[in-house]
Design a protein around this ligand. Structure first.
Ligand code: GDP
Ligand code: IMO
Ligand code: MG
Length: 435
């Protein structure tokens, strides 16, 4: 029976979505990215070899699977070409039978990246700490109805006026307000015609492609990027990204109706990290964050920035469950906690003499809450090679059960190392097909 599922990040990103998508891909025919852009950095480790993906879906390592970049993605065409060439030079096959790009996807162009960096630098209040990949500006020109889509590259005569409407006023801002580099329209036009020829064989109206796959009874896996607390509507605004990252984004970002999703899986680290600015109630203090960072190798996949590290936050995780409707969760990087004698888990926020159980909308409140921790026992031994849930130390079992029980959700898998193989499948709901 065909099955469609969506996988999204439950925290602030980098939970290990790439690893889970790669593992899940085996059970699906099609893997679809539906939002975000090359701000994403998804890592897949196969037999000790590490691959980094930014736009290409993490199903690409499986031959016979089709990967789709949906209309909701903002696509840096030059970055995508480099990513594809890099994969190919590493022996991964990428061709138009395996990768289909929506002709409705909006492009991220050099002026979006310049604007992203200039805006970030000029902000005095609430600097976001963006990845600098032009994501916010590209979604902004989309909303302004000035965006340039993949399909627009094929209407050569309209491309120059479209570029001019974008660039003329931005160049004025770049030169006279931001005092930064400007964009040469003629050069960009030439580069766009070249990249169009590269993109052409990959490009299609993916709505009809996906509908065709569904009619053939194929199973589709939707790969989220970024994560719930970075969602433009439901995250810690303004310290968020610019797209709908939660499971609901599948409908608009891929053109597949919401009712087609059978399951939604939330990916969580067994602790918590955040890269970029913004409130992070459980950020570890007194050097514990550095210890987590060094054991967990917590440096950004896209920017190399050190990730801020802290403890599992149940208030935030339960909120992420609500907004995505998680049927299952995956708990990643449990091995990173092996050295800790006690592991704090945040079960409420202390605020003005009371305890908040709800994730606040007001970031002023979120910035001022104190985490209320329950301390769970650590297990003190390396768990990396463990393959079965039964073989985990009792304290590790208690830790993961405490989290999944508190979230009232099913535990799909536990990850105990970066490699594809370092995974304990707890409940193979796909093979069991327990809808
Ligand atoms: P994504 O953006 O959600 O796909 O996650 P990233 O790839 O940005 O970051 C996750 C990092 O953790 C990568 O370096 C992975 O290789 C690594 N990783 C994933 N699962 C595990 C795990 O269970 N244990 C350890 N130690 N590392 C893991
Ligand atoms: P993956 O898919 C972690 C963060 C940035 C910044 C904010 C806005 O690898 O989990 P943007 O460039 O999107 O305008 O930046 O969002 N951010 C991520 N953090 N993982 C990501 O993606 C992220 N994508 C964006 O650091 O705080
Ligand atoms: Mg990442």
């Amino acid at each position: 029976m065909a099955l469609n599922i969506c996988v999204t990040g439950g925290q602030w990103g980098d939970e290990g979505k790439g690893k889970v998508i790669d593992i899940l891909s085996e059970h699906f025919d099609v893997v679809v990215r539906f939002q975000g852009g090359s701000n994403a950095g998804h890592t897949v480790v196969i037999d000790g070899k590490t691959y980094f993906l930014h736009l290409v879906p993490s199903g690409i390592f499986h031959d016979e699977k089709v990967c789709v970049i949906g209309n909701g993605v903002v696509l840096d065409p030059f970055g995508l070409k480099e990513e594809i060439e890099n994969l190919v030079s590493n022996g991964v096959s990428v061709n138009p039978d395996k990768l289909i790009i929506s002709d409705r996807a909006h492009l991220v162009l050099p002026f979006h990246k310049i604007l992203d960096k200039a805006l970030e630098e000029s902000r005095n209040f609430r600097k976001i700490g963006t990845t600098g990949r032009g994501i916010g500006p590209s979604y902004s020109t989309k909303a302004l109805r000035l965006g340039i889509r993949v399909i627009d590259l094929f209407n050569e005569s309209d491309l120059i006026p479209l570029l001019k409407d974008n660039v003329d006023c931005l160049n004025f801002l770049f030169k006279d307000y931001f005092k930064t580099e400007t964009v040469n329209i003629d050069l960009l036009y030439k580069q766009l015609l070249e990249i169009r020829d590269f993109l052409a064989p990959f490009t299609a109206n993916t709505v009809y492609k996906l509908e065709g796959f569904r009619k053939e009874g194929k199973s589709i896996l939707f790969e989220g990027a970024q994560a719930s607390l970075l969602d433009i509507d439901h995250g810690t605004y303004p310290f968020v990204t610019s797209s709908t990252v939660i499971a609901g984004g599948v409908s608009s970002g891929a053109g597949v109706p919401a009712k087609e999703l059978d399951y939604t899986v939330g990916i969580f680290k067994a602790y918590c990290t955040r890269v970029g600015n913004g409130p992070f109630p459980t950020e570890a203090q007194n050097g514990m964050g550095e210890i987590l960072r060094s054991i967990g190798g917590e440096f950004g996949t896209t920017t190399g920035r050190p990730r801020r590290c802290g403890w599992f936050d149940l208030v935030a995780a339960k909120y992420a469950k609500i907004i995505n409707g998680y049927s299952h969760i995956a708990l990643m990087k449990l091995d990173v906690l092996s050295k800790f004698e006690e592991i704090p888990v945040c079960i409420g926020y202390r605020y003005k003499g009371g305890i908040l159980k709800e994730f606040p909308s007001d970031i002023k409140v979120l910035e001022n809450v104190e985490p209320y921790y329950k301390f769970l026992n650590g297990w003190g031994t390396d768990i990396t090679g463990i393959e079965k849930f039964e073989d985990l130390p009792e304290e590790a079992k208690d830790y993961v059960k405490y989290i999944s029980d508190s979230m009232e959700t099913n535990l799909f898998l536990i990850s105990v190392g970066p490699d594809r193989n370092e995974t304990i499948i707890v409940n193979n709901f796909i093979e069991n097909n327990e809808v």
